[in-house]
Design a protein around this ligand. Structure first.
Ligand code: SF4
Length: 543
């Protein structure tokens, strides 16, 4: 039956957040599918199928979910695609690995390298005293993208902080600020009974180009004169994750709900009538061996750090960020002004943007940030979390914690089947993934069905596909800071579309979009992969 035009939705972002889809008011608009048939399919059969589906929809007034609207099947990925996971099997990532706190501005260029040098420092402390007594120096060499854009990120300061024994999650931002202000400082490093000196001179920007095992390769050495006492080659593989030559993943338990795709996640949820958050928590416990209370404690730490980074960024008066761009901060100004805007929607969008700017500016200051999934996207998820809490929708911590679990599932899938590294996939892999995670977080926090979370994440990621990474002067400032604001607003947009559409009408599923991101990453010119050799990095003139 024809139902007439659908009426406009509820007014304003706030009202739309709580809108329920009224199926009685949704009308069917039958249309022939004039698009090209999928490759290798029969053109005539495809057109017949489309015509038949439209005719039935016209006669019955109902679309045929399994017929006319079945999402296209994702094409198989080439096994030589190096942005795609190299190991097979279900997702095994845990929230402790995924959500990490460390110094900004980049998960791959500061958090990862600092975790690496801190790891090397710890390895050194475990050497026999006879070896340590010979030690004279520590040396860190940076290669590839770490060398090409590391200076802009402050990679050398993060590396030095780790090698002198500062822990990434707890390092005082003032220590890093001091290093930038007084780069000639020398620090004693205590290794057993021996104390050796380390300074920024021991962190070497080595070859930016070459045949490296990973775009973000680095080596750490403990020396006794010319003799090498200990050497390790490491890779900062994106999202703050680190690996090393000969790395084998740690032993973990089998996940209660094994999955490699969102399709499998949704099937588990439907069969056991559980939410995305419940699935994620069950897997956390079975994979990590930790209790629910321990997992929640980590999520609370992450939630607290996200709120703190937004609050600190909003409170900071307008200033100039470090680096040659001389970029003025704007989070505080946008925040103050957005509150005075007429109309709920204008205020809501302005405030979400301000929260994201605040988190991202904290990252640009080199202060602590939370990988969700990366440092470059540092403003996106904190803005979503902030907008759902006391400053916005006033949802409980419990709901937001569940949202972080659902967001993690989306992030895991992107990591598992594509990449989180801008050096491999451009900005779609950072801000795009963060935005997708944000949409799922909102849906879960509002207790929407898993399909709405998956659709919201799909929409948010889809509309970041192809986005390049071209930080001006190698600094995570332009376009990164404003890009976080757009990513956070798009997270809300993705959620609101998914919440208000008829879920079965969605033509693209998250798995297809993650595949598209991997394919796009593979074909993206390396100039747009965090090398600062293309796009805004070359079109913007600094004077
Ligand atoms: S452009 Fe995007 S991916 Fe590149 S550094 Fe900035 S935020 Fe990260």
């Amino acid at each position: 039956m024809w139902k007439g035009n659908q009426e406009p939705g509820p007014k304003g972002v706030g009202a739309a957040m709580n809108a329920k889809v009224d199926l009685d008011r949704v009308h069917v608009v039958p249309q022939l599918d004039f698009s090209d048939p999928p490759p290798n399919s029969d053109r005539r059969a495809f057109m017949m199928r489309s015509s038949l589906a439209a005719a039935i929809a016209t006669l019955t007034g109902a679309p045929i979910a399994a017929f006319a609207q079945t999402p296209a099947k994702a094409p198989p990925l080439s096994p030589t695609l190096d942005v795609v996971r190299k190991s097979k099997g279900p997702v095994m990532t845990t929230v402790e690995e995924f959500y990490k706190v460390g110094p900004g501005p980049s998960s791959s260029h500061t958090i990862g390298p600092m975790r690496i040098t801190y790891d090397f420092y710890q390895r050194c402390t475990k050497l026999p005293e006879a070896q340590l007594s010979q030690a004279t120096a520590l040396k860190v060499n940076l290669f590839g993208s770490l060398s090409a854009t590391g200076k802009g990120h402050g990679t050398e300061r993060a590396c030095l902080a780790g090698i002198v024994g500062k822990e990434p999650a707890t390092v005082d931002p003032a220590f890093l600020d001091e290093l930038a202000a007084k780069p000639d400082q020398v620090f004693p490093v205590k290794l057993g009974g021996k104390s050796i000196n380390a300074s920024l001179k021991d962190i070497v920007y080595d070859a930016p180009k070459g045949d490296f095992p990973h775009p973000n390769t680095m080596t750490c050495k403990l020396l006794a004169g010319d003799k090498v006492l200990l050497e390790q080659e490491y890779y900062s593989v994106g999202g703050g994750f680190i690996e090393w030559k000969g790395y084998t993943p740690p032993k973990k338990g089998a996940p209660k709900y094994p999955y490699e795709t969102m399709k499998e996640v949704l099937a588990h949820c439907a069969r056991d009538k559980i939410s995305l958050a419940q699935l994620a928590m069950a897997n956390e416990v079975s994979v990590s061996g930790k209790s629910e209370a321990e997992v929640n404690a980590h999520l609370d730490k992450i939630m607290g750090a996200m709120r703190a980074t937004v609050k600190t960024g909003l409170d900071a008066p307008t200033s100039t960020l470090p680096g040659p761009i001389k970029l003025k901060t704007k989070a505080h100004d946008v925040y103050v002004s957005a509150q005075k805007q007429p109309g709920e929607a204008r205020r809501a969008i302005g405030l979400v943007a301000a929260y994201a700017l605040a988190g991202s500016e904290e990252n640009a200051r080199g202060h602590l940030v939370i990988t969700a999934p990366t440092g470059g996207s540092a403003g996106v998820l904190p803005a979503v979390v902030y907008s759902l809490g006391d400053a916005g929708a006033k949802l409980s911590d419990d709901k937001i914690r569940n949202g972080l679990l659902a967001a993690a599932v989306v992030g895991y899938l992107c990591k598992h089947n594509a990449t989180l590294s801008a050096a491999e996939g451009g900005c779609q892999a950072e801000i795009g993934v963060a935005s997708a995670m944000g949409a799922a977080l909102i849906a879960q926090a509002y207790d929407d069905p898993p399909q709405v979370a998956a659709n919201g994440a799909e929409g948010a990621l889809e509309h970041h596909l192809g986005m390049t990474c071209d930080p001006v002067a190698g600094f995570v400032q332009i376009p990164c800071i404003e890009r976080c604001a757009f990513g956070a607003v798009k997270a809300w947009t993705g959620y609101l579309i998914a919440k208000n559409e008829v879920p079965v009408n969605r033509r693209v599923d998250l798995d297809s979009t993650v595949t598209a991101m991997a394919l796009t990453a593979k074909e993206m010119n390396s100039k747009y992969k965090e090398t600062s050799e293309g796009g805004l990095a070359v079109s913007v003139t600094l004077c």
